[in-house]
Design a protein around this ligand. Structure first.
Ligand code: GDP
Ligand code: MG
Length: 739
């Protein structure tokens, strides 16, 4: 295009402010917040593209039949070298496929002249990329597109001006070309632009139609009620032939009707069949009557451009405070988003550091949890599942109580209430759990007290675990658990056992009889202890999952980490359950034996009790009342034991021996389960499941494994890069807007 056709001299007012806007646009801020911009709107063929051409020097196709099918953004930018970049911004509803198809388009030109030569070919390519159907006979494609064609013109003399050309509004569908939907789509596109407060609306109205009834004015008024940003641009004045019509146009430009606050401008564009003579020669006509009488500031493209600069400047002044605020907000949002992504982990060193940091935090959490230092992390406040020490103590206490009350298959004969004797008495039964203890105590008698509430929560967290929630543990834990209280009738049973299976021992029972009695009496031990271990394992499994989610917020990474450590964690649970089986077999498969002196003490006491009870029962009623204080003679002792049968005698011995042994063995077993299975294998030992995910584990990973676990997906990398760019842009924008 001939250079004189464009207004290259700096006509715009407030160049400093416009320079700022332009700098912001350069920083891509326009992508994030709307910047002051000009939008050309009007009916089809009203002269929009021609106006743009006059303003920017871009030779738009002015074929009458070829209306604008998509928005075109023309940005002029001052730069040392002259060049033109052409890109396509995909519409908001684009599919990924379409997006990449249009985004890969790039056109360029060296200068305005070069662009002019290339423009038809460029448009053809752009239309094809967007999928625009040009002829009515063509199949597929769309008539209009929401994609935006972006033309950026840089040069040492360019003005800081961005203008957007949108498709013209039309009211009637054309058979085979445009549909009712197309009408709505175009209308929406136009409204999208003009509703924005930072848009200056250039309402283009051809002089040769009835201006008062132009829909575009109504539409502009709807969104710019004060009329602060709508400018009427009258085009095609050369097509008005009658004097009366010319006068009517002049009075509109003089804004006598006050229809628009900012008033009207009249410009003459290039006609379809006109050559490329400059705007100056075209505008000669304004020196003739009646145009001559018009204020020169309202006539011609030069005057219009000056006004536009002024308006943009005003708008910038008005909008900058809000822009500053918007940019500040966006900056903090973007920074937050970036922090959420965590540090960059592009190579194996970064990945190792990253993972090692997470492992360290995990172990810190484990340690705090085991030591009940719950002030260590606020997460303890909200998640009971993290309080391992408390949960395990509660679980163990419940296990010990329940085991004491229920684990014997039959009740031993209750002969006295000595503390060493652990038959079931009602108190113990009533205080089977901590809640009952609290309720029975005077400290907190009310069942609704805060302490009771806490206990209730602990109970549900440790006792009501659903194995279905842990499918990965299915071959490790057991879930059937219905253990009743011990049965009665132990003496009967023991006598029967002895009668059925005694050998030829005289006056005492064999080891075999004792062993089978012991096995019978301890037959609930396996299931009860396995359920206890299963619960401990589920609590730990849940803890690990929770703790991981706290130390690692990236849910994908969390999942990967979990699956990487899972197998080893399960292996360690298995070791714990194997040890439990070992303890069970030691207790139950061997002949009962103990070095504990409490055993013989208890047995002798039982013997003495039995003798004393028997003697007492043979005394006359008055002496029985004296109980332990009754005085008897040695003779009475001698005669009292004579009538006992051999079978009864041996059965009693067996019972007393079993009872004394059971007591010692139960305490030993419960303690061992706690110490070896839970403390050593599950919680505190060197090889617990809690110690799988450690810094050492991370150090042991090779580069490939590190990449698989901590490597960033390309989308995260891209997201991080985009955010970094955006943050830098916004920071720069903040600086630009400061003064
Ligand atoms: P758009 O559809 O609104 O973009 O309108 P165009 O800019 O494509 O213009 C439609 C037709 O009107 C084209 O043939 C232009 O050459 C012609 N045109 C535009 N402005 C003027 C003008 O001021 N005078 C004359 N005679 N024709 C014009
Ligand atoms: Mg057009």
């Amino acid at each position: 295009m001939p250079q004189e056709d464009t207004l290259q001299d700096n006509l715009l007012a407030s160049p400093k402010l416009l320079l700022k806007i332009d700098k912001l646009r350069e920083r891509n801020i326009g992508k994030h917040v709307p910047l002051p911009q000009l939008v050309v709107v009007g009916d089809q063929s009203s002269g929009k593209s021609s106006l743009l051409e006059s303003l920017t020097g871009i030779p738009f196709p002015r074929d009458v039949g070829l209306c604008t099918r998509y928005a075109t953004q023309i940005t002029q930018r001052r730069d040392n070298s002259t060049h033109v970049n052409i890109t396509i911004i995909p519409g908001p509803r684009s599919t990924d496929e379409h997006k990449s198809h249009v985004e890969t388009y790039y056109g360029s030109a060296l200068s305005g002249d070069d662009l002019r030569a290339k423009f038809p070919a460029i448009l053809q390519e752009v239309n094809a990329r967007m999928g625009i159907r040009l002829s009515s006979s063509a199949k597929g494609g769309t008539v209009f597109s929401e994609d935006i064609l972006k033309i950026e013109i840089c040069g040492p003399k360019e003005d800081y001006l961005t203008v957007i050309d949108v498709p013209g509004i039309f009211r009637n569908p054309t058979e085979g070309v445009t549909t009712k939907q197309d009408i709505d789509m175009v209308r929406n596109m136009v409204t999208e632009y003009i509703r924005d407060n930072r848009t200056i609306i250039l309402a283009v109205l051809p002089c040769n139609i009835d201006i008062a009834n132009q829909e575009i004015l109504t539409l502009a008024e709807e969104y710019d009620q004060k009329g602060e940003r709508t400018l009427g641009i009258l085009t095609k004045p050369d097509l008005v032939l009658e004097d009366s019509s010319k006068n009517a146009i002049c009075s509109i430009v003089e804004n006598k009707r006050k229809q628009l606050t900012l008033g009207y401008y009249v410009v003459r564009g290039r006609g379809a069949d006109q050559d490329d003579s400059g705007y100056e020669s075209r505008e000669q006509m304004f020196n003739e009557d009646p145009w001559r009488r018009l204020d020169k500031g309202r006539v011609g493209v030069r005057a219009l451009k000056a006004k536009l600069g002024e308006l943009l400047g005003d708008m910038a002044r008005r909008e900058f405070p809000k822009l500053r605020k918007d940019i500040g907000e966006m900056l903090s949002r973007a920074e937050k988003e970036r922090d959420g992504l965590g540090p960059s982990r592009g190579n194996d060193t970064e990945q190792r550091i990253f993972l090692s940091h997470i492992a360290d935090k995990f172990q810190e959490l484990v340690k705090a949890s085991l030591e009940a230092r719950y002030y260590h992390d606020p997460a303890f406040e909200t998640s009971l599942h993290l309080k391992l020490a408390t949960l395990m103590a509660f679980l163990a206490e419940n296990f010990s109580r329940e085991f004491e009350v229920k684990a014997a298959y039959r009740n031993f004969e209750n002969r006295n209430s000595d503390d060493d004797y652990d038959g079931i008495d009602e108190n113990v039964k009533n205080e089977m759990n901590l809640l009952q203890v609290l309720e029975n105590s005077s400290v907190c008698p009310s069942s609704s007290s805060a302490a009771s509430e806490a206990v209730r929560m602990l109970e549900s967290a440790t006792q009501e675990l659903d194995p279905g929630e842990f499918p990965e543990l299915h071959d490790i834990i057991c879930d059937e658990y219905e253990v009743g209280y011990p049965e009665d009738g132990i003496m009967d049973w023991i006598t029967n056992l002895y009668v059925r299976s005694r050998g030829m021992e005289l006056g005492h029972y064999s080891d075999a009889v004792q062993a089978s009695a012991w096995k019978e009496q301890s037959k609930k031990w396996p299931v009860m202890s396995r359920v206890f271990a299963s619960r401990a394992i589920m609590i730990i499994q849940r803890f690990i999952a929770n703790a991981l989610s706290i130390v690692c917020t990236d849910s994908a990474l969390q999942g990967t980490l979990w699956s990487c450590i899972q197998e080893e964690v399960l292996q360690r649970y298995r070791r714990a359950t194997c040890f439990l089986e070992y303890l069970l077999s030691v207790e139950r498969e061997f002949n009962p034996y103990t070095l504990n002196k409490h055993f013989s003490k208890a047995r002798q006491e039982a013997l003495a009790d039995r003798a004393a009870d028997h003697i007492l029962s043979t005394l006359p009623g008055s002496m029985q009342d004296a109980g332990d204080n009754a005085s008897i003679t040695i003779g009475q002792i001698r005669s009292s034991t004579k009538d006992k049968s051999n079978i009864q005698d041996v059965a009693e011995q067996l019972h007393d021996g079993l009872s004394s042994y059971y007591d010692v063995a139960r305490k030993r077993f419960v303690d061992n389960v706690w110490a070896y299975v839970v403390q050593s294998h599950l919680l505190f030992g060197p090889n617990t499941p809690l110690k799988v995910f450690t810094q050492d584990w991370v150090i042991g990973l090779n580069a490939e494994q590190l990449e698989a676990i901590a490597g960033e997906s390309s989308s995260v990398k891209e997201q991080r890069a985009n955010l970094a760019r955006k943050i830098e842009d916004l920071k720069e924008a903040k600086k630009i807007l400061q003064f």
